[in-house]
Design a protein around this ligand. Structure first.
Ligand code: HEM
Length: 349
């Protein structure tokens, strides 16, 4: 997925982004997003109707809430294990000890690729930064050639790559180049985004006892807290579209989520906001296919963490790369680099 920071020229604000996302003829996705790092289209993202719908219909079943629900107990066990390990050591670092191994672990569970955990973890949060240089597709390309090629291994009964290799799209067998595009997107789309969301939730709640205690007493606020942090951070701030004359413009989801005409005090994290749809997962036909996965991961981590976080403190100044959202006063984390925490021992009675 082409990752953008909300800073180029483009469509901004809630109403503008919704209108542009609906108008695929004027704001097309029918182009190769990043020729510098890959030669294939990420699918179903980089396609317009009717091809987009055909591919999305084929891939979506593995990402529906009903499919995710089956593996949620395993997400919960993983969250419990990672948080317990940090507590046993008296502290740790939120991104590398919790968020990244949790997100990678959840994907190995969902994709039934348990043996790939170490390799995926070694890539870091963003697969496009895994190779030499700042943005590089070589590591992912070598991996995809291996797991989608003729000698590919099959790890579990629900192995995602075996499933993608045998997909039928509108009555015909998936092409190898399409399989690469689908696998690339489902592997890369839900890593740095969810790492940022999970890190943001823990970072905020360790420091904000009022929000933490209220969620502890009112578990129904877990969903609101996840939605609000997703809105505020907007982990995927913007995506490209192409106009009929070939120009690239951004759909700026972050600016929509910080639009003062849509949100009161948009730069504030307010978990008690009346529920209202945000655009952090996009809007319209390309709206995030992994939303149920991302929200389950965040919700489960928060449920498992909330009763523990009262004993946690920030150990030293977190290292955060901040981003100003164009056209607004909002400054939000573009990336959590390090969030060191200490854990006080539990009181013995
Ligand atoms: C907090 C986490 C996430 C955020 C904020 C996010 C955000 C987005 C956004 C904004 C789009 C729309 C892109 C556009 O309109 O150009 C999108 C599409 C997509 N996302 Fe996510 N995403 C997240 C997690 C995931 C996960 C976990 C997966 C899968 C494992 C995933 C898979 C996809 C796919 C396949 C699409 C393309 C859908 C289409 O074109 O029909 N995402 N995501």
């Amino acid at each position: 997925m082409t990752r953008l920071s909300s800073e180029g020229a483009g469509v901004r604000g809630h109403a503008g982004v919704c209108a542009a996302a609906r108008n695929w003829a004027a704001y097309s996705n029918d182009f190769l997003g990043e020729p510098a790092v890959r030669s294939y289209r990420e699918l179903p993202l980089e396609a317009d109707p009717p091809r987009h719908r055909e591919i999305r219909d084929a891939v979506q079943p593995r990402f529906l809430a009903t499919s995710v629900r089956e593996v949620e107990p395993r997400f919960e066990a993983l969250a419990d294990c990672l948080l317990g390990a940090v507590e046993a050591r008296g502290g740790g670092e939120v991104v590398s000890d919790i968020a990244l191994p949790y997100v990678v672990g959840c994907l190995t569970i969902l994709f039934d690729r348990p043996l790939d955990h170490g390799e995926w973890l070694s890539w870091g949060a963003d697969v496009w930064d895994a190779g030499p240089g700042p943005r590089n597709g070589t590591v992912l390309a070598a991996y995809l050639d291996r797991v989608l090629g003729p000698n590919a291994d099959v790890q579990g009964d629900r192995d995602m790559w075996a499933w993608i290799r045998s997909l039928e799209i509108a009555g015909r067998r998936v092409e190898p180049v399409e399989a690469h595009g689908i696998a690339s997107l489902v592997l890369s789309g839900g890593r740095d985004t969810v790492v940022k969301l999970v890190s943001g939730l823990i970072w905020h709640l360790v420091q904000n006892s009022r929000d933490r205690e209220e969620i502890e007493h009112r578990p129904d606020l877990i969903d609101s807290a996840v939605a609000e942090m997703t809105r505020w951070i907007s982990p995927l701030p913007a995506m490209w579209r192409q106009t009929p004359d070939g120009a690239k413009v951004e759909l700026d989801f972050a600016s929509a989520n910080h639009d003062a005409e849509q949100w009161s005090n948009p730069d504030q994290i307010d978990i008690r906001r009346p529920r209202q749809a945000h655009l952090a997962f996009g809007f319209g036909r390309h709206a995030c296919m992994g939303k149920a996965v991302a929200e389950a991961e965040a919700r489960i981590m928060l449920r498992v963490a909330i009763t523990r976080l009262g004993r946690w403190e920030i150990a030293s100044e977190p290292q955060i790369r901040w981003m100003r959202i164009v056209g607004t006063d909002s400054l939000v984390p573009a990336e959590f680099l390090r969030v060191p925490v200490v854990v006080r021992p539990a009181a013995t009675s």
